[in-house]
Design a protein around this ligand. Structure first.
Ligand code: SF4
Ligand code: F3S
Ligand code: FES
Length: 255
């Protein structure tokens, strides 16, 4: 049963949602309009469930954690990538436009397949700790300086939501560009003393126009990152570092 806990003075929200099922023969992209009453503390997650329950059960969108942890609910909210579960409708005007994240494979409506994109990225960048010896799970973990552990943890907070990719102009022009999410991962592994890869190995991974030299410092990534990761400073650090390595050894540097 639908329990209406909105006050009589509650706003009427007007949603324009991009609808399209690429797997449905003959379907065409279109904006569809839905009206719902705002309730206290309403997030876009709640609003979309309301629309699905009371207006159109076929509306596709993704949610898992509802707590800004899994990254699956990212979408374009009034033209800007963001997490739907973390966006209160009271922070938006009464007319709200929702569209799926660009770049990623569209499943349908607001649902995109970020998982296969991120998996491809992680495989390409070998985004795991490369240890000298095979992992021995019985071995006691080696201590790490707390400040360094904090620095690594800070970068590890990335939830692979894809907002930084959707908000980056370079990605639109350069399909293979690894974006802020990829550069952030490299900054994280490069910091980790357990990873045996050296500067040249990192240069081979990101020292080109699909990596750190492709970034045009557009900064959309940091503007939209829902975890407020320090993407700008980490990309600038990596660029300086890779430039240093490139100048030290005769390598081709592409800007
Ligand atoms: Fe999302 Fe930020 Fe990670 Fe990009 S860096 S995928 S915006 S959490
Ligand atoms: Fe893109 Fe961010 Fe660089 S928006 S161009 S990755 S600074
Ligand atoms: Fe997990 Fe929004 S549902 S981040």
């Amino acid at each position: 049963m639908n329990k209406d806990n909105s006050s009589p003075s509650a706003r009427q929200l007007i949603f324009s949602i991009l609808r399209f099922d690429p797997h449905l023969k003959g379907d065409r992209p279109r904006m569809e309009r839905f009206e719902i009453k705002e309730s206290p503390g309403m997030t876009l997650f709640i609003a979309l469930n309301d629309i699905r329950r009371n207006h159109d059960a076929s509306l596709k969108f993704d949610f898992v954690c509802r707590a800004g942890i899994c990254g699956s609910c990212a979408m374009v909210i009034n033209g800007k990538p963001g997490l739907a579960c973390h966006t209160l409708t009271e922070t938006l005007g009464k007319e709200i436009t929702l569209a799926p994240l660009p770049v990623f494979e569209l499943i349908g409506d607001l649902s995109v397949y970020t998982g296969n994109w991120m998996r491809g990225l992680n495989e390409r960048l070998e985004a795991w700790i490369h240890e000298q010896e095979a992992t021995d799970f019985t071995r006691i973990e080696a201590p790490m300086e707390p400040d360094l552990a904090d620095e690594i943890y800070e970068l590890d907070r990335c939830i692979e939501c894809g907002c930084c990719i959707a908000g980056c102009g370079t990605v639109q022009m350069r399909e293979e560009f690894i974006g802020a999410v990829g550069l952030n991962k490299m900054a994280r592994y490069q910091l980790d003393p357990r990873d045996i890869r050296d500067d040249d190995d990192y240069y081979d991974l990101i020292g080109d126009e699909d990596g750190v030299f492709g970034c045009m410092t557009l900064l959309g990534c940091e503007d939209v990152c829902p975890k407020n990761l320090p993407l700008q400073s980490k990309i600038a650090y990596l660029r300086r570092k890779m430039l240093e390595i490139g100048l030290k050894t005769p390598k081709e540097i592409c800007f």
